[in-house]
Design a protein around this ligand. Structure first.
Ligand code: GTP
Length: 371
């Protein structure tokens, strides 16, 4: 029986040292095991590495940014520092997004006579989270991915470090919000390193703001967090964030021991449904708006061109005073056909379907960033 539904793309983002790469290695191993058990229908995951600066990855990547962009060379040639070189490498890679999407669609989308396709596409990203999340190329890569596959963001958090105190916790949550609103894709908060410290305290702080406020009061009484202003800011934020927390899936895992990985994949399935139900219609709406804008621009271009031609014609009118009616009719017909052909050429200029789709994703983003 041929596989019938596309894989979920799981994009791992997280601050440097949160355990992203270890987590990628863990879920990759887990999915390979699952595929061996269930080999007839699910192929092993398709793996993408988008971190150009990583020296070595402890898993085999099917598509690796390092194969097409040499980070060290980019640094040298463009005279850039580490972050600038990561950004430029991502930009260079995103110019090849059509090829990348072509490979992904060929390897991962259900097709007749293909018995098994991957159940998941897993993606590692640079530890310099802002370089990926806030760059045009990061956005192009994500929106292209989401145009073909249900896409979920796994935000990896270093639990012991994040729950050190309430303000570190709040900072991390605000960062998660900024990513959620920027990327506009379903997100799972993955509290990693639970072998060192359980995620229970963090989850309680999220689910019950009174517990969080108790923790703030406790820190204030121990004078760990200094001014009362900070305490009252944290208090207010915890109330505001309650609504945001309700939309997030939260899991505790240990990438080191493998604890909680099944819960993570259960959350992925929930988010796949959420993507199909809530996010996909919104993505399609945004794409339709961009298409509409694009066709309006085309129409304006055609009208402008026709007007220019008309003006040229008018300036020649004096010299054509003796032209008879038949000739006018022929000219008119010629102009109509020229206009039709010009419009058709503009319509087709998007090229193949895949190019048009991923191109739209790029145009979409560039448009929205220009607004
Ligand atoms: N105890 C424990 N340590 C972990 C776990 N996951 C990762 N680590 C450790 O955390 C450190 C950072 O892990 P990485 O996987 O390199 O983190 P990263 O987020 O990929 O870091 P960058 O490559 O800098 O972006 C390493 O020393 C890991 O061994 C875990 O679940 N438990």
């Amino acid at each position: 029986m041929a596989a019938s539904r596309p894989p979920v793309a799981v994009v791992c983002v997280g601050m440097a040292g949160s355990g992203k790469t270890t987590f990628m290695q863990r879920i990759n191993a887990h999915l390979h095991e699952r595929s061996e058990e269930d080999g007839s229908t699910t192929a092993p995951p398709y793996v993408l590495n988008l971190d150009p600066a990583v020296r070595s990855v402890p898993f085999d990547a099917n598509i690796d940014i390092r194969d097409s962009v040499n980070y060290k060379e980019v640094m040298k040639q463009y005279n850039l520092g580490p972050n600038g070189a990561i950004l430029t490498s991502l930009n260079l890679f995103s110019t090849k997004i059509d090829q990348v999407m072509g490979i992904l669609e060929k390897r991962c989308l259900p097709q007749e006579n293909v018995k098994s396709i991957p159940g998941h596409i897993i993606v590692d990203t640079p530890g310099q989270i802002e370089v990926f999340v806030w760059s045009a190329s990061g956005n192009i890569l994500l929106s292209s991915l989401a145009s073909s596959f249900p896409t979920v963001i796994a935000y990896i958090i270093d639990t012991p470090r994040t729950t050190e105190n309430t303000s570190t916790f709040m900072s991390n949550m605000l960062y998660a919000i900024s990513i959620l609103y920027k990327i506009r894709l379903p997100m799972i908060l993955v509290f990693n390193k639970t072998d060192v410290k359980s995620e229970d305290e963090a989850v309680e702080w999220m689910r019950d703001f009174e517990t969080f406020q108790d923790a703030i009061r406790k820190e204030e009484s121990e004078e760990r967090e200094g001014s009362g202003y900070m305490g009252s800011l944290l208090n207010s934020m915890s109330l505001v964030l309650e609504e945001f927390y309700n939309h997030l899936s939260v899991v505790g895992v240990s990438a080191m021991t493998g604890d909680g990985i099944d819960d993570f994949f259960a959350a992925i399935e929930e988010k796949r449904e959420e993507f199909e139900k809530d996010y996909k219609p919104e993505l399609e709406r945004r794409r339709a708006v961009a298409e509409e804008q694009k066709s309006q621009v085309r129409e304006q271009e055609v009208s402008r061109m026709m007007k220019d031609m008309q003006d040229d014609d008018d300036s020649l009118d004096g010299r054509r005073a003796n032209d008879d009616d038949d000739e006018d009719a022929v000219n008119e017909a010629f102009e109509e056909s020229l206009k039709a052909r010009y419009e058709a050429a503009l319509r087709d200029s998007g090229g193949a379907a895949a190019t048009a789709r991923t191109g739209t994703a790029a145009v979409n983003y560039i448009r929205s960033s220009q607004r």
